[in-house]
Design a binder for this molecule. Sequence first.
Ligand code: HEC
Ligand code: HEC
Length: 80
Amino acid sequence: MMIKRIGLHGALLLILLLSSGCAYRYYLGMHGPSIKRYPEIHQGVTKDSECLECHHPERNPTGPPTTHPGFTGCLKCHND
Ligand code: HEC
Ligand code: HEC
């Protein structure tokens, strides 16, 4: 009985890890739309916290809300 319980939880955990791994890989190497399409708006903006002021989905953003407010290093994917 104990062993079966551990096995089930192990399997669930594995599925969770695998699916989030795939979601993450979807973004790896995949660059988002560039902030340079709107240079006037984004001039001088470098910090994630600044980006989120205008793009966090729960803060009534002035720009299009991001689907991934938890990401760090926004410019790694949005600066070219
Ligand atoms: C002062 C508010 C503001 C800040 C700060 C800001 N943005 Fe934006 N951003 C906007 C607005 C407004 C638009 C929409 C422009 C439009 O559609 O005309 C936009 C558009 C975008 C887009 C969509 C571009 C496209 O081609 O669809 C991305 C991606 C983006 N911003 C990322 C960022 C990142 C990354 C940062 C931080 C480096 C950032 N923004 C900082 C206001 C801001
Ligand atoms: C690992 C790369 C990566 C990172 C880091 C990243 N993004 Fe993105 N972003 C993407 C990709 C790919 C898309 C397009 C697919 C989508 O909308 O999910 C996107 C889309 C967006 C959009 C939507 C643009 C539109 O026109 O709707 C916004 C806004 C945005 N990101 C903001 C941010 C902000 C703010 C951060 C930092 C907190 C950030 N991104 C970090 C890859 C990234």
